[in-house]
Design a protein around this ligand. Sequence first.
Ligand code: ADP
Ligand code: ZN
Ligand code: ZN
Length: 741
Amino acid sequence: MTADTRIWHVAVPSPLYQEFDYLPPQGVAPDTAVAAGMRVRVPFGRGTRVGIVTATATASRVAEHRLKRAHALIDARPIFSADVLRLLLWAADYYHYPRGEALLGALPAPLRRGEDADARAERRWRLSAAGRAAATGTLRRAPRQEALMQRLAAATEGLSAQELGAVPGAREALRALRAKGWIESHEPAAEESAPPSPAVAAIETGPALNDSQRAAAAAIEAAFGRFQPFLLDGVTGGGKTEVYFHAIETALRAGRQALLLVPEIGLTPQMVERVRRRFAAPLAVLHSGLSDGERLAAWRAAADGRAPIVIGTRSAVFVPLARPGVVIVDEEHDASYKQQDGFRYHARDLAVVRAQYLEVPVVLGSATPALESLHNCRQDRYRHLILGTRAGAAAPPEIRLVSLRDHKAERGLSPLLARAIERHLASDHQVLLFLNRRGYAPTLLCHDCGWIAACTRCDAHLIYHRARHLLRCHHCDAERPVPAGCPSCGSPDLRPLGQGTERAEETLAERFPEAEIVRIDRDSTRRKGSLDALFERVREGRRQILLGTQMLTKGHHLPHVTLVGILDADQGLFGADFRAGERMGQLIVQVAGRAGRADKPGEVLIQTQHPDHPQLAALLRHDYRAFAHGLLDERRHAGLPPYGCLALLRAESVHPRAAADFLAALRAALAQGAPAGVEILGPAPPPMERRAGRHRAQLLFHSERRAPLHRALAAAVQRLQTLPKAGQVRWSLDVDPIDEY
Ligand code: ADP
Ligand code: ZN
Ligand code: ZN
């Protein structure tokens, strides 16, 4: 690139879908070694921004005397590895998102601000053992030291000098406390990288692999050094994690890194713990719960190769690796891999693209693979590795339907399920009940006039939360006091209607006084660390009823659970979205998979009004693949993904008609010279037309093939920026949406 470096193309974070040309900074020779992927500081509008050089050229389309000079070249080497830069540029293009936003968004915040990429990890201060032992109040005559001690005691990860600087007189206090030996410093990254060379030494050896695990592990091992996607399709408890570990070990032995993606932050600690027990190698962990400093330290350890194992959630797919060997995506069907705002990428799909650039194998694992992934296996794009039986001795649970037409439920609980709960508790086992609705009741109803508590900003009911005694909207988070009487007719007879987890907890506590009820949902786990604490209680408990939402269904090992009850299967089966059936099936299989691990046989009861629903039958036979293939046939007939491509353009505005008018104008504009083979549906209101005070509308783009869809979206994005009402309307484009609304 050194020859053509007179003009720098720079991706600057801004909503504009274009790059900007700059001249090299004053005093920097035009043939300076500048390369794509380096950060530059540039003048932009009235301020300055950090951007990324994407290319250099000899000429610009802008007249040279109008070009500005960059202020400074920040990096001596590209901040992104070549594959990550390529991935981000590809993804920005594929998802039609501004390049600058995509690129800068993939960096830890300090690097986004232009800080030095090679700086040593920031030193952090924490209390020493002596400091923790020193009683509070002993420093009454030194209030600054006392204040500092209190801040340090509250910060589990320690505090950087910069963070401590916020305390007045911190520096003197710090020195005094150090002299007392009450505080000590450490470097977060240095601690992780204790062994200087990647040691493979297993701390704990795993179980001997069974035949199908061994076949899967061998197939992955044989693919090292080239691109090959695998779908590791294994029943829950089938030993997928053991196969991942084998792949990680293979990478480590070859002096390579393994990147392991996990669906969400809640599952990270247990995977991290399992990996730590197995491998002595340093680990870099990346998730949304980290401080800027921690994130940067982990990012660096991955990027410079100090951490042979990198574990992270969604955005870790963009973390550079010095010596990549294998990419693994655990629970690949999980919706949390799709970013739902801003840059709406799918991390599983990008993991496959990245593995292709890196020429490494990629393993997608799940007990309930996404229909897209099964389809890719049928098309021979992915190799299908099947773990058909549970590892070890565990037998699959028996699944039965409880017809709510024949067995009348009382407050959400049928007599059949109630008796089963009794039986399992009597044998000192645990029971898991699933209800995907938090709060006490989904509505508050006036028994006299039929008034229902509704959100004033959304087309939605308010949820009654009894413990906090308020009404809350689960869409916009608005909270209202519970009225003493009906606002419409004045009647005092307001009644909660329907079942939420809070109410189910109350019902269960009355019905099973001898059992301990552990409720796990977003409300009961709001405080940091409380989820871990609840699972800790569950690990040791007996005679417990675990009651919860989706949170409870994900990947946790619950060896004492022998009965799983799904209180309301119909909630998901009849959703408006075309993925509703797939989701419900995955959920049933995942929840059922929590029952009867190890030596205890399990039982699953599913309460439904529709026991003859055709999709449920295959699930009862433990045949998720037959279930999925049935759904795939339906999708093929409808031309829906994976047999067709979708994109959703959402728009919203505080003005009632603005969003719909805006989309109608776009549609009209696109009709002239519309790309062949693309169908545009709408504008239509989503089921919830008004949300958080904004009126919403959407356009659905549908095409059998990717290329024409892509062209149509590119044209749409160009048009959108020039439409008259663009200022009143917020819009976002979702390529391959996982929710239709
Ligand atoms: P998955 O990830 O598919 O849910 P895991 O890998 O977590 O399954 O395995 C489930 C349980 O079975 C774990 O406790 C694991 O240690 C055990 N296990 C896995 N493979 C074997 C094996 N080959 N022999 C004995 N136990 C195994
Ligand atoms: Zn009333
Ligand atoms: Zn609301």
